[in-house]
Design a protein around this ligand. Structure first.
Ligand SMILES: [Zn+2]
Length: 307
């Protein structure tokens, strides 16, 4: 997850409050109160700074943001020989219906490369059952050398990058902000990325990445873009488990769907992300922004396919 979860939460809550209906004093008063509450909470969390350094990095997050109470954290190291093949997943296939974005919007929140989604893109089926989950953003994790970068691992192996499509349970919750703290609130599709041939779909991102070089920048490219162009051909083979956001506030609300098939981008395309900066003056590159694997505990990873 990117470091703007709280920002997104705030925005969606505001949207939601607004739609409660103007002119209704009671609703407005309540919304106002909630606003203050969440503002205080957000302020508190925001003052707890985090990054990928030794002092404020992943080793400190569980203590700082969860008071040490971690039950279903992500990412995890997936051992394909130990997962349970679940036939019900193949019997109720995962369906991914991503629609065209009329105006591709890119953002550099400071520690990630993020694309905000406004169109109607929905996933359902598989571990999500009949519930519809709506895509709100996708973003990337990467390393500064090719041997590191992905958050999930397969038998300990990392890919140079990992793409996260972030959805919320729109059948059950009114907004992303409402869903982010609920155990069945979010679904994230993870896609491994390796280095090789140039990727046509990714070129819309790499060619515009320099427009969001410094922290806090956001640009509307005006370009048409369909997020499905970043999916591998086969999306029916995946691993799934109950987990969390991989950045603070680490909410334990994510049904993870990690696709088995990867996509391929060129060295230059990967460099377009490595060249993004983590500060306003554009001096310091975004560091390798992956969280190491977390203990699986009693959780079971399920596979939609048999090897
Ligand atoms: Zn992520």
């Amino acid at each position: 997850m990117s470091d703007t979860v709280l920002g997104v939460k705030r925005k969606h809550e505001d949207d939601n409050n607004h739609s409660n209906g103007e002119g209704d004093h009671e609703v407005k008063k309540k919304a106002h109160r909630l606003d203050h509450h969440s503002e205080a909470e957000i302020k508190k969390k925001k003052t707890m700074s985090w990054d990928y350094s030794k002092e404020n990095g992943p080793d400190t997050w569980v203590e700082t943001f969860l008071d040490g109470k971690a039950i279903r954290q992500s990412p995890v190291d997936i051992a394909p020989s130990k997962v349970k093949v679940d036939d019900s997943l193949a019997n109720n296939p995962l369906t991914i219906n991503y629609g065209e974005e009329g105006n591709l919007q890119l953002e550099n929140p400071g520690l990630s490369f993020k694309i905000n989604i406004s169109g109607n893109s929905i996933i359902s089926g598989g571990p999500l059952g009949d519930k519809k989950f709506k895509l709100v953003q996708f973003h990337f994790h990467w390393g500064h050398e090719d041997h590191e970068g992905s958050e999930h691992r397969i038998n300990g192996k990392m890919y140079p990058s990992e793409l996260h499509f972030v959805h919320y349970n729109a059948d059950k919750y009114g907004s992303f902000g409402e869903a982010v703290t609920q155990p069945d609130g979010l679904a994230v599709i993870g896609v491994f990325i390796k280095v090789g041939e140039e990727h046509d779909g990714f070129s819309a991102l790499s060619e515009n990445a320099s427009k969001v070089k410094s922290k806090g920048s956001k640009v509307d490219t005006g370009a048409n873009f369909n997020p499905s162009s970043l999916l591998p051909k086969n999306t029916s083979n995946y691993w799934t488990y109950d987990g969390s956001l991989t950045t603070p506030p680490l909410c334990e609300s994510v049904t993870w769907i990690v696709l088995k098939d990867e996509i391929e981008i060129s060295k230059e395309q990967l460099s377009s992300m490595r060249n993004l900066k983590s500060d306003d003056d554009g001096e310091h590159p975004i560091p390798s922004n992956w969280r190491p694997p977390q203990p699986l505990g009693n959780r079971e990873i399920k596979a939609s396919f048999a090897v």
